[in-house]
Write a protein that binds this ligand. Structure first.
Ligand SMILES: Nc1ncnc2c1ncn2[C@@H]1O[C@H](COP(=O)(O)OP(=O)(O)OP(=O)(O)O)[C@@H](O)[C@H]1O
Ligand SMILES: Nc1nc2c(ncn2[C@@H]2O[C@H](COP(=O)(O)O)[C@@H](O)[C@H]2O)c(=O)[nH]1
Length: 187
């Protein structure tokens, strides 16, 4: 069966790093989503996101879409199909609202993981360290960034929490999580 690993969590919690790791080490394909936010330094359209104007964003067909820190973000059924054509195990990075939509609409196929960081200072340091064209701290302080600092009540019994304080430990716990959820190989 085709499966989808949904990664959500606060800005700077490590969603992108974990998603890249799953692609590099465990054969996951990534669902690329659409956004109207400007690219950060080094981000490439078609690889990190499909970067859209407000007009071009409106022309896509979305499975779900949200406003996050004043920008539109959306994921399409076509994007998921494309990812599943490459691998039966796909990964998608979403805010918690989008994560809830996948849990509700594709419950059999979705495994939802909320990434947490124990110390607010560490989280702030991680977003500040990144070379953003925008201010990473501002992203964290947005309404949606603050909401995603905790697992929202509606998602609480639908996602597994992975604490990403220490990268070595995160790698070990990720492997356990993949095995426990039958996401370790294509079998
Ligand atoms: N366990 C860890 N230890 C130290 N640094 C980490 C760890 N996990 C991630 N980082 C670093 O923290 C920063 C933020 O990580 P990342 O970009 O993956 O977060 P994100 O959740 O995707 O953020 P956003 O939602 O804002 O895009 C990056 O510089 C990343 O390399
Ligand atoms: N619900 C959705 N959330 C998405 C989508 N693509 C990304 N995201 C989430 O938005 C925030 C901000 O992302 P950033 O790259 O600007 O830091 C983050 O939580 C992403 O996971 C989407 O298509 N739908």
């Amino acid at each position: 069966m085709k499966r989808l690993l949904v990664l959500c969590g606060a800005p700077g919690s490590g969603k992108t790093r974990v998603s890249n790791y799953l692609q590099q080490h465990y054969g996951f394909s990534r669902v690329i989503t659409h956004t109207t936010r400007p690219p950060r330094t080094g981000e490439v359209t078609g690889q990190d996101y499909y970067f859209e104007t407000t007009a071009s964003f409106a022309k896509q067909h979305y499975f779900e879409k949200v406003v996050y820190d004043r920008h539109y973000y959306g994921s399409s059924r076509e994007g998921l199909k494309r990812a599943w054509q490459k691998s039966p195990r796909a990964v998608i990075v979403l805010d918690t609202q989008g994560a809830l939509t996948y849990c509700q609409q594709l419950p059999q196929q979705t495994v939802c993981v909320y990434l947490a960081v124990s110390s607010p200072q560490t989280l702030l340091k991680r977003v500040e360290q990144r070379s953003f064209t925008e201010n990473g701290k501002k992203h964290l302080q947005s309404r949606e960034g603050q909401r995603d600092l905790q697992v929202p009540p509606a998602l609480q019994n639908k996602c597994q929490v992975l604490v990403n304080d220490n990268w070595q430990q995160t790698q070990q716990e990720l492997e356990q999580l993949l095995r426990a959820n039958k996401l370790f190989s294509d079998d």
